[in-house]
Design a protein around this ligand. Structure first.
Ligand code: PGA
Length: 242
């Protein structure tokens, strides 16, 4: 894993955006795997700036998102489709039909997950997957557990994640208890992975991801098995690395 150190969140965001922009320049019709949460917001702002000021075009880019809360319609302010529109898609020249976020209202999540994985494969696989890391070491909504799961599927959020995400809702009671999440197969199938981490509350998860064993209790540790992963993290998130 290549580690790129940044002094703070803003520098992490600039470096991450440069990384993604270079992918778009190298392969204008690339398939980007995208993430939500507070970590990538600054990266998306930089990409919007590259689009507005430097003419970076996303016209041929295709995207797939990692996950969506189960039960939230796209119009809900806390849905990840809404997040992506607000934080990126509405501000760049990407074609709406080229953007894919799991459908939180899918009636048959099991069949839907299979279709989502098949769609990714039929699009040629992900060129660059952007990831955040949960304070419990999750990637997408692959929560700590007894084993790694390959498929996109319906998952239960664990207590830690519900508490972490309660800041976006009126209260923890309103955080959906389930999500549709991409599994490890499509994530690890990406040709390159860019994982971001910012802040002291991620330091333990970053340490365990980098220095611990590959362990489904630290889902991000599976990235040790991927040949092309870059971590861009700020000093606070790297503070426990030996
Ligand atoms: P955050 O979430 O960016 O809001 O910290 C990261 C994650 O849970 O993957």
């Amino acid at each position: 894993m290549i580690i790129i150190q940044a002094k703070d969140y803003d520098e992490m965001s600039r470096k991450a955006a440069l990384f993604i922009a270079s992918q778009v320049l190298l392969k204008p019709n690339c398939l980007l795997g995208l993430a939500t949460g507070s970590t990538p917001v600054g990266t998306y702002q930089e990409l919007i700036r590259f689009h507005e000021e430097d003419g970076l075009s996303f016209q041929q880019v295709r995207t797939v998102n990692l996950d969506e809360y189960y039960g939230l319609p796209a119009s809900h302010e806390q849905s990840y489709r809404f997040f992506m529109q607000e934080n990126l898609f509405d501000h760049i020249d990407i074609l709406p039909e080229n953007t894919h976020v799991p459908d939180g209202l899918s009636r048959d999540p099991q069949a839907y997950g299979k279709e989502y994985d098949e769609m990714i494969a039929s699009m040629g696989g992900i060129d660059l997957q952007l990831l955040g890391i949960g304070s419990n070491g999750h990637i997408a909504f692959n929560e700590p557990g007894r084993y790694f799961t390959a498929q996109t599927r319906l998952v239960d959020l664990n207590k830690n994640t519900i508490e972490d995400n309660a800041r976006f809702f009126e209260s923890a009671d309103e955080v959906p208890r389930q999500a549709i999440s991409m599994g490890m197969r499509s994530i690890l199938g990406a040709r390159r992975i860019l994982i971001l981490a910012s802040g002291a509350n991620k330091a333990e998860a970053v340490r365990d991801m980098l220095e611990g064993q590959v362990d489904p209790m630290i889902p991000a540790s599976i990235l040790q098995l991927h040949p092309n992963v870059t971590l861009v993290a700020d000093n606070a998130a790297l503070s426990l690395i030996s």
